[in-house]
Design a protein around this ligand. Structure first.
Ligand SMILES: [Zn+2]
Length: 408
């Protein structure tokens, strides 16, 4: 422990947290507030060990733990995803509450004496970003760019009311039938799930299809399109989201790279050919609770095998990426023309870092700068630009308010 003369380099945080000035983004997000025994993995021995560890820290007088994901990784020798899930599980069990400092540093506040009050972790706060300077810098970067690169992850859709399946709690609340059998998102979102039980796998994807068709993209999409269309070289969208919401907002389909595919396209499960086709004629599943495809299964028109969404899933060796490769080639061609791009990256986490890698590549190879909007991991990793620790819509709206008044 640092002594009096060598203050902890996080002293400012400890002060801010002690005075309740640090921003806590734990809110009552309905996707994350449910806490059943199954969802928290009450029988999970690792979770039990982690709870015991958290209690030891509390007993030793620790109030605030910085970087709890890294601490759990080191303590229990876990991978990032498992550790991340454990941080959520501990919060749900009331062992600690998770918040973020002004620059997005994650911390866990150990509840005094163990309140047993379940906290909702990672509810992406719909609060306006506190950092006014960062909003002004982001606005200036957009105004000075000749091209807008929009890089969007799951956090972009959250403000449209779409679920984000990062933790089992939110996922299992949406799909209680999967909770009952202990099926996690990574299990159902895989070609193996279509092999083992196509009716169940299609129950899940058919319901998501309906959800994405019904939901409306939030105002932030329209703002991005407006800024992009005003640029000399226009815009290009790179997104890991399969919801099709950029198309729905009127973005040019020839300026979108859907790096994980789209739920609105289908392919053969085998696959027997590299063909994909539209899902437009497919009736979506209304009942998410049962998670079961009701009628005859969607089938490949060539060979009659079960069809599946043209989405890159977990452990997926059968994904047909031809359509996406074409999109990626268009993106590369376009990037070759631009001189001063600004990458505006929204809601792209470290868990599946495809979008963040793309942003980095663009800034490293094509110059320009990065605006990273992310309530949990906003740091720009040394790239020129600005990180904003907030969610998509309020940040884009705040930038839009500045850009709309160029002389103000
Ligand atoms: Zn086929």
């Amino acid at each position: 422990m640092p002594g009096r003369d060598t203050p902890c380099r996080h002293a400012a945080y400890h002060d801010a947290i002690a005075q309740n000035r640090a921003r806590t983004v734990i809110k009552g997000n309905s996707m994350h507030t449910e806490s059943s025994g199954a969802a928290t993995g009450a029988a999970d021995p690792l979770l039990a060990q982690a709870c015991a560890w958290a209690r030891q820290l509390r007993a030793a007088g620790e109030e605030v733990l910085l970087y709890p994901v890294s601490r759990l990784q080191r303590q229990f020798r876990l991978g990032y995803s498992r550790s991340f899930a454990l941080v959520e599980a501990l919060a749900r069990r009331g062992e600690w509450a998770v918040g973020y400092g002004d620059d997005g540093t994650r911390y866990a506040r150990l509840a005094a004496g163990g309140t047993g009050t379940p906290a909702a972790p990672y509810g992406d706060a719909l609060s306006p970003p506190a950092d006014r300077d960062a909003i002004e810098r982001a606005s200036a970067l957009i105004a000075g760019a000749d091209a807008l690169v929009i890089a969007a992850g799951a956090g972009m859709g959250v403000d449209s009311g779409l679920p984000d399946f990062r933790g089992n709690a939110g996922f299992w609340k949406a799909y209680p039938a999967l909770a009952a059998e202990g099926t996690a998102f990574m299990d159902i979102a895989s070609p193996a799930a279509f092999d083992a039980g196509p009716r169940r796998a299609w129950g899940f994807y058919g319901h998501r299809l309906g959800l994405y068709r019904r939901s409306l993209p939030h105002e932030g999409y329209r703002l991005l399109r407006q800024w992009g269309e005003a640029k000399r070289h226009g815009y290009f969208v790179f997104t890991s989201n399969v919801d099709g919401h950029f198309r729905k907002t009127g973005f040019d389909p020839l300026r979108i790279d859907e790096c994980h595919g789209s739920i609105h396209r289908l392919q053969c499960l085998l696959p027997c050919s590299p063909v994909t086709w539209t899902a437009a004629g497919l009736q979506a599943v209304e009942d998410g609770a049962r998670c079961e495809w009701p009628g005859s299964l969607p089938a490949c028109p060539r060979c009659g095998a079960v069809a599946r969404p043209n989405i890159l899933m977990f452990d997926d060796t059968g994904w047909i990426g031809a359509r996406r490769e074409l999109q990626a080639a268009r993106c590369r061609d376009w990037l070759g023309q631009v001189r001063r791009p600004v990458v505006i990256e929204i809601g792209a986490g470290l868990n599946i870092p495809t979008v963040r890698h793309f942003s980095r590549r663009v800034v490293m190879r094509h110059g320009g700068s990065l605006i990273r909007i992310n309530p949990r991991e906003p740091h720009t990793g040394g790239l020129p630009g600005v990180g904003i620790a907030a969610s998509a819509l309020p940040t884009l709206a705040a930038i839009g308010a500045l850009l709309g008044q160029p002389d103000a």
